[in-house]
Design a protein around this ligand. Structure first.
Ligand SMILES: [Zn+2]
Length: 144
């Protein structure tokens, strides 16, 4: 067998180089997704701690009002508005985490599905994705 015959069934160097490049690109993309999801999880953790603190402060305010008649209903109403804002931000961050990971939450049962699934794998609900939901937006992690 000549050297030319030996090399006939083996991939060319350029094919190997291309395959290695594709693998490297794929690894970079996966690392980017992991990194973006991790940053968002840190932001979500911050919001959970803030929510915890806000609930505690609300509880103290309610207790003081009931027990000692200190404070007022307006203060308590303001604290509940703050809690609602934090919950809204938290939901936004959780939704972004799912988007970054290519997941979508079923509007009926809440199960996570792959973003390309036409229907929920748990309950069968049609998962319609609008154009605005598929757009890639850069997230400013410091706004959460
Ligand atoms: Zn479902």
């Amino acid at each position: 067998m000549t050297n030319a015959e030996k090399g006939k069934n083996q991939p060319k160097r350029s094919e190997i180089a291309e395959a290695v490049r594709e693998l490297a690109d794929s690894a970079v993309k996966k690392a980017d997704v992991t990194c973006r999801a991790a940053r968002l999880r840190v932001a979500a953790g911050r919001l959970y701690r803030r929510l915890n603190r806000q609930y505690r402060e609300l509880g103290i305010a309610v207790y003081r009002l009931c027990r000692h008649d200190v404070g007022d209903a307006e203060e308590i109403a303001a604290k509940t508005v703050q809690i609602d804002e934090t919950i809204h931000r938290l939901k936004t961050v959780e939704q972004r985490i799912n988007e970054v990971l290519g997941l979508i939450s079923c509007p009926v049962c809440g199960s996570l599905n792959k973003i390309k699934d036409p229907c929920c794998t748990n309950c069968g609900t049609l998962l319609a994705v609008t154009d605005s939901e598929t757009e890639e937006n850069e997230t400013d992690y410091n706004t959460f």
